[in-house]
Design a protein around this ligand. Structure first.
Ligand SMILES: Nc1ncnc2c1ncn2[C@@H]1O[C@H](COP(=O)(O)OP(=O)(O)OP(=O)(O)O)[C@@H](O)[C@H]1O
Length: 255
């Protein structure tokens, strides 16, 4: 049994780029504990998205292991890995990846398609997370009838609807203005406080301070990694910087 929720050992990922190998991940070792909110920052092309997809069981590494809750992800069969993903992971992408012809409610219901839950139960669970992210009055709208920040909240609602212990977020604020980005970060912090472990990839170092620990990558390697949680007073600074922001319409207690 491992003590860490996620363990990365000797990780390497090569891509074939016109006959030349590109090392998107060039030997990484680190771990993430249950309850952390880890930011992964680094310049464009440094391997952040590759790392997230490898950690999410979607991109087989060339060498090394990824263990989640002591499961060796790439020793599983593809079916076992798919089951693992639906049980353990919620994904949030920069581009939202909402289905344009489905309502917000239907979009959030999609990850429950394979859960065998009854239709009413799925609808109730979807509505609970939609309320949670402050969009109950817009549940029957289509994605293009929502603002960018609202679409991001739908993407978050969809990611948490199956109550996964781990949320993987790839540039969750990349398409948002700074005020909306802060609202989204506040929502991620709330989810983290309630027990979701979050790994967030971002090129924006401003977002790093909202996490409890940071990993900086460059050229596929770890440049720096903070081993200690970011202190509470630093997080309070973050909270202070949000004082001027409007109250979020969220019911954070009912999940
Ligand atoms: N499918 C692929 N085939 C070949 N090379 C790839 C592929 N995906 C990524 N790469 C290369 O691997 C390296 C790391 O890419 P990756 O997308 O992981 O970086 P990133 O830090 O997420 O970048 P960005 O911030 O621009 O999204 C880059 O050199 C990229 O060109």
């Amino acid at each position: 049994m491992t003590d860490h929720l996620i363990e990365i050992h000797g990780l390497n990922k090569m891509y074939d780029s016109g006959g030349t190998g590109v090392a998107a991940i060039d030997h990484m070792d680190f771990f993430i504990d249950d309850g952390e909110f880890v930011s992964v920052t680094g310049p464009s092309g440094s391997g952040k998205s590759t790392l997230l997809s490898v950690m999410g069981g979607m991109n087989r590494p060339t060498r090394g292991t990824v263990r989640v809750d002591s499961l060796d992800l790439y020793a599983l069969t593809p079916e076992q890995r798919a089951d693992f993903r639906s049980e353990y992971l919620g994904f949030i992408f920069q581009s939202f990846q909402l289905i344009p012809y489905l309502t917000l409610l239907e979009n959030v219901t999609v990850p429950m398609a394979v859960t065998g839950r009854k239709t009413k139960e799925k609808r109730d669970m979807a509505m609970a997370v939609i309320e949670r992210v402050g969009l109950a009055d817009k549940a029957l709208r289509l994605p293009d009838q929502l603002s960018g920040g609202e679409q991001e909240r739908v993407a978050i609602a969809r990611a948490i609807v199956n109550r996964p212990p781990i949320i993987l977020a790839d540039e969750p604020t990349g398409n948002l203005d700074s005020r909306t980005a802060l609202e989204i970060m506040a929502l991620l912090q709330e989810l983290n406080r309630e027990g979701h472990t979050i790994i967030m990839v971002t090129h924006n170092r401003e977002m790093e301070r909202h996490a409890t620990r940071s990993v900086r990558v460059r050229d596929g390697r770890i440049e720096t990694i903070s081993m200690e949680k970011i202190e509470d007073d630093e997080l309070n600074t973050t909270a202070d910087s949000r004082k001027d922001q409007p109250e979020l319409e969220m019911n954070l207690d009912d999940l």
